[in-house]
Structure formats: structure tokens, C-alpha cells
Design a protein around this ligand. Structure first.
Ligand code: NAD
Ligand code: IPM
Ligand code: MN
Length: 352
């Protein structure tokens, strides 16, 4: 029987709460199918681990994770450890070490999910964001000169390589071609006169190879306005690391909230493991109360099943979330309900 080795990193805050439910759904899908199984190993890495060991993960963490077929991650970051340390030494290290240069984030309004926009039909909010996930504004390049002195200066570089831009843009074109959808590039070439002029140029170059794909190009400020005013303009979207980070939280807000938004960090060549996660953080304001919405982490399970080639199960898991949403009986407080994380997890299992 096909066995997939999964490294589970629950992390901080609500991470462990939502991942526990997600794992039950993943295992149930395998059990119901009978043709494949998941072998999961849990790693206690995160902020608590940092306070005990002075590091966010095992010294050989990356070597250890390399042996797995996929990583399933909850959330990283908690008061008590500076965010730039916790995130750079765990989540971002994994994305970079494993060259997970594609961050695939669906912004899809499921049946039953609340949309805060007026006059918008359900099918109007149906986008897939392809976020550049390895460089750009989050390359981690820069310097801090004369630290603490009156003349101190900080420089944060945006790093846009030809290879880095071409591969993410080409991935988005392939996806648009496969799904017969339009592709929109979001950039900011008017103000970012090196990085985004370069991005726009590469988008134009690569588009020559895909004459069958309808393309659009928006400046990021206008794009954020159109996502709210006229979301049906967007189908497949490709954008830089920073813009993709911000726009997918906006996307989450128009597609039912942070409790529903999932993302896949992909190494398309499959040389390294890919990583699946809810896009929300550790939500310290509700952590420990057992009321976090597990739907985003269950949606990440659906993405993982797709990635392993079990798209039928990926779809069934999504349908199960949708069935619980439509029924409106078992929902966490962020969705207007009174159910616990565990109850929602069980309701999804029931539908599956
Ligand atoms: P957040 O996503 O944790 O929370 C924002 C808001 O959304 C909060 O009100 C929270 O209660 C709510 N929310 C988030 N997930 C929810 C869920 N599953 N169910 C119900 N409500 C939910 O963002 P933040 O507060 O800006 O960040 C908190 C910490 O998480 C910080 O340390 C930050 O750096 C980190 N962070 C980590 C990740 C990640 O690991 N992928 C992503 C974003 C932020
Ligand atoms: C996300 C998060 C991360 C990112 C942070 C926590 C580093 O916001 O996955 O959206 O910006 O990529
Ligand atoms: Mn984010």
C-alpha cells in the first residue's frame, strides 16, 4: 500500500488545536479509500521549544524533515519570542531550504460561507493566488548600520532574480492554461522602478509562450480595490511575496474569514517536501480556548490530497467543509456559531 510520510509541526497558539482536527480528516480519507495511508511524526518545534532550547527547531531539523513526503504545519509565533526570530528560524527556513517557491492560496467563496461584500454572487469569488514564496521583498537581504546611534540606517532589499520571477510566472501560466482561466499579474511598476519593472517585463516575455491564455496586469493598489469592488475580474493571479501575503489575507476576508483560508507551499519539482498550512497565525487572542476554526487546516489537508494525486479525496474533503458550512449547525464563533474546534472537526468527519 502507498504510504506517505508526513512531518507534523503543530507549532504555537491555535496551531496544535486546529492541526489535531486536520490530521483526523487526513487519516479518515485514507481509511475510507483503503489504497493509501499516512505515517505521521509529530515535532514539538516552536516558541515553547525555543524558550527551553534556545532554538526554534532541532539543529538537524532540515535534514530530518527532508526524509518526509510532506510537512503539515499549524502556526508559528507567540508573545515572548520576537516574531522575526520565530518565523525566520522555522516557517521561513523551511520554505527557503526546501525551495518551496510556489505558494498556492485559493480564495474561493464556499457555499454557506459569509461574504462581507454587497451584490456579489458566490461564483464571483473564485480565484487562485500564485504567490512568489522564495525571494522578493521577503528575501531577508539588507543591513542595519550604526545600530542604536542617531545616524542609524536600515536597508531591506527586494530581491527579484530572473530565474525566480520566470519560474513562478511560468507556473501560473501553466495553471491558467490547464484550467482554461485568465491570468492576472499584480505588481507596482510605477513606484518600484527596478523590481516591478523587471517583473512586468518578465510577465510580458513569458506571456509570448502562452498566446491562448488571456492576461491582465494591475497595479497592487488598484487590484486591492477591485478585489473588493469587482472580485470576478480575478481568476488565476500571480504576484510577489509581499503583495501575495497581504492580498491573500484580504482574499480570506472576502471568502469567509481567516478561519477558512489555506495555503500550499510547493516545491513543484518534488526534490524536497512541500508544506501545507492554514494561512492564519497562532491567534494568541483565542488560543487555549478550544474555539479556533479548524476549517482552514482541513482545507490544507484537501490541498495535500490533491498534491499526492488523490484529487477525488481533495474534492470530497472540501465538499465536507462546505456541507458543514451550509448546515450552519456546527460552527465556531468566528463564523457566528458556538461550537468548539473539536466539534467542527467531528462534523466534517461525519460529512466525509
Ligand atoms: P492571526 O492570523 O494569528 O490572527 C488574526 C485574527 O484572526 C485574530 O483575531 C485571530 O483570532 C483570528 N483567527 C486566526 N485564525 C483563526 C482561526 N483558525 N479561527 C478563528 N479565528 C482565527 O494573525 P496575527 O494576530 O497577526 O499573528 C499572531 C502570531 O502569528 C504572530 O506571532 C505572527 O507573526 C504569527 N503568524 C504566523 C503565521 C504562520 O505561522 N503561518 C501566519 C501569520 C501570522
Ligand atoms: C503567511 C505569514 C508569513 C508570511 C509570516 C508569518 C512570515 O504571514 O504565511 O502569510 O508572510 O509569509
Ligand atoms: Mn500572511
Amino acid at each position: 500500500m502507498e504510504t506517505y510520510k508526513i512531518a507534523v509541526i503543530p507549532g504555537d497558539g491555535v496551531g496544535p488545536e486546529v492541526l489535531t482536527e486536520g490530521m483526523k480528516v487526513l487519516k479518515k480519507a485514507a481509511e475510507l479509500d483503503g489504497g493509501f495511508r499516512f505515517d505521521d511524526t509529530w515535532f514539538p518545534w516552536g516558541c515553547k521549544y525555543y524558550l527551553e532550547h534556545g532554538r526554534m527547531m532541532d539543529e538537524n531539523g532540515i535534514e530530518i524533515l527532508k526524509q518526509y513526503d510532506a510537512i503539515y504545519l499549524g502556526a508559528v509565533g507567540y508573545p515572548g519570542v520576537p516574531d522575526h526570530i520565530s518565523l525566520w528560524d522555522l516557517l521561513l527556513t523551511i520554505r527557503k531550504s526546501f525551495d518551496q517557491y510556489i505558494n498556492l492560496r485559493p480564495v474561493v467563496l464556499l457555499e454557506g460561507a459569509e461574504c462581507p461584500l454587497k451584490n456579489v454572487k458566490r461564483e464571483d469569488v473564485n480565484m487562485t493566488f500564485v504567490r512568489e514564496n522564495s525571494e522578493g521583498e521577503y528575501a531577508g537581504s539588507g543591513s542595519w548600520l550604526y545600530k542604536g546611534k542617531p545616524n542609524e540606517v536600515v536597508i531591506q532589499d527586494g530581491v527579484f532574480s530572473r530565474v525566480g520571477c520566470e519560474r513562478v510566472i511560468r507556473y501560473a501560466f501553466e495553471l491558467a492554461r490547464k484550467e482554461k482561466k485568465s491570468l492576472t499579474s499584480i505588481s507596482k511598476g510605477n513606484a518600484l522602478n527596478y523590481s516591478m519593472v523587471f517583473w512586468d517585463q518578465i510577465f510580458k516575455e513569458v506571456s509570448q509562450e502562452y498566446p491562448d491564455v488571456e492576461t491582465h496586469s494591475y497595479l497592487v493598489d488598484a487590484a486591492s480595490m477591485f478585489m473588493v469592488k469587482d472580485p470576478k475580474r480575478f481568476e488565476i493571479v500571480v504576484t510577489s511575496n509581499l503583495f501575495g501575503d497581504i492580498l491573500t489575507d484580504l482574499g480570506a476576508a472576502i471568502a469567509g474569514g481567516m478561519g477558512l483560508a489555506a495555503g500550499a507551499n510547493l516545491n513543484p519539482e518534488r526534490k524536497y517536501p512541500s508544506m501545507f498550512e492554514p494561512i492564519h497565525g497562532s491567534a494568541p487572542d483565542i488560543a487555549g480556548k478550544g474555539i479556533a476554526n479548524p476549517m482552514a487546516s482541513v482545507w490544507a489537508v484537501s490541498q495535500m490530497l490533491d498534491f499526492f494525486g488523490h484529487e477525488d479525496w481533495g474534492k470530497r474533503v472540501l465538499n465536507a467543509i462546505e456541507a458543514v458550512l451550509t448546515e450552519k449547525k456546527t460552527l465556531t464563533p468566528d463564523m457566528g456559531g458556538r461550537a468548539s474546534t473539536k466539534e467542527v472537526g467531528e462534523a466534517i468527519l461525519g460529512k466525509l
